[in-house]
Design a protein around this ligand. Structure first.
Ligand code: ATP
Ligand code: MG
Length: 189
C-alpha cells in the first residue's frame, strides 16, 4: 500500500491536493475535517461534541479521533493505499497511526509537508469563509487554529523527520506546480 500523510497548517491546501492525489494514484481518502463536518451536518452525538471544539478552533480529543480514524480505515477493505488528510495533528495521533498501521502490516510511506507563509494562510482562509461560509473560517477562530497548529501540530515535522518519512513541499505557486512537486515526492519513495 501507498500510505501518504498530507500535512500542513489550516488553509495550506491539503484538501485540494488530496483530490488530485486520489485521482492520479487511486488512493482512498480520509479527511478527518470532512468526517467531522458530515457528523455535524447529520446532527449525531459525535457531531455535537465535535462542533464544540471546532467552533473554538480547538482539536477534538485524541482518543475520539483515533477511534474514528481506525474505523474509517477499516471500512476501505482491500485498498491500493490511503491518503491521510488532517490526521495526525498531534504526536499522540502520529504514534497511534503508526501502531494502527503496523498492526495491519502497513506503514506510512511518506509525509508531505505543505509549507505556506502565515499571511497567505490568513488570506486564503478568510476568503474561504466568505465563499463557503465555513463557521470556523472567521478571523478570530483562524488565529486560534494557527496557534494550535504551532503548539500541537508543528512538532510532527521533527517527529516524521526522525522517522525518515518527511518531504518538504513549497505550498506557494500554482496548484499544478505544487501537484507536480507532490508527484515527484510520492514517486521517490
Ligand atoms: P485545510 O484547510 O488544509 O483542509 P483545516 O485545518 O482548515 O485544513 P480541517 O482539516 O477540515 O481544516 O479541520 C477542521 C477542524 O476539525 C480542526 O480545526 C479541528 O477542530 C477538527 N479536526 C480535524 N482533524 C482533526 C484531528 N486529526 N484531531 C483533532 N481535531 C481535528
Ligand atoms: Mg481540509
Amino acid at each position: 500500500m501507498l500510505n501518504v500523510v498530507i500535512f500542513g497548517a489550516p488553509g495550506s491546501g491539503k484538501g485540494t491536493q488530496s483530490e488530485r492525489i486520489v485521482a492520479k494514484y487511486g488512493l482512498n481518502h480520509i479527511s478527518t475535517g470532512d468526517v467531522l463536518r458530515a457528523e455535524i451536518k447529520n446532527g449525531t452525538e459525535l457531531g455535537k461534541t465535535a462542533k464544540g471544539y471546532i467552533d473554538q478552533g480547538q482539536l477534538i480529543p485524541d482518543e475520539l479521533m483515533i477511534d474514528i480514524l481506525a474505523s474509517v480505515f477499516d471500512s476501505f477493505g482491500e485498498s491500493k493505499g490511503v491518503i491521510f488528510d488532517g490526521f495526525p495533528r498531534t504526536i499522540a495521533q502520529a504514534e497511534a497511526l503508526k501502531k494502527m498501521l503496523s498492526e495491519r502490516g502497513q506503514e506510512v510511506s511518506v509525509m508531505l509537508d505543505l509549507d505556506v507563509p502565515e499571511d497567505e494562510l490568513m488570506t486564503r482562509l478568510i476568503k474561504r469563509g466568505q465563499d463557503s461560509g465555513r463557521a470556523d473560517d472567521n478571523e478570530e477562530t483562524i488565529k486560534k487554529r494557527l496557534q494550535v497548529y504551532h503548539s500541537q501540530t508543528a512538532p510532527l515535522i521533527d517527529w516524521y523527520k526522525n522517522e525518515k518519512k518527511y518531504r518538504h513541499i513549497k505550498g506557494l505557486g500554482t496548484m499544478e506546480g505544487i501537484f507536480a512537486d507532490i508527484c515527484d515526492a510520492i514517486e521517490s519513495v
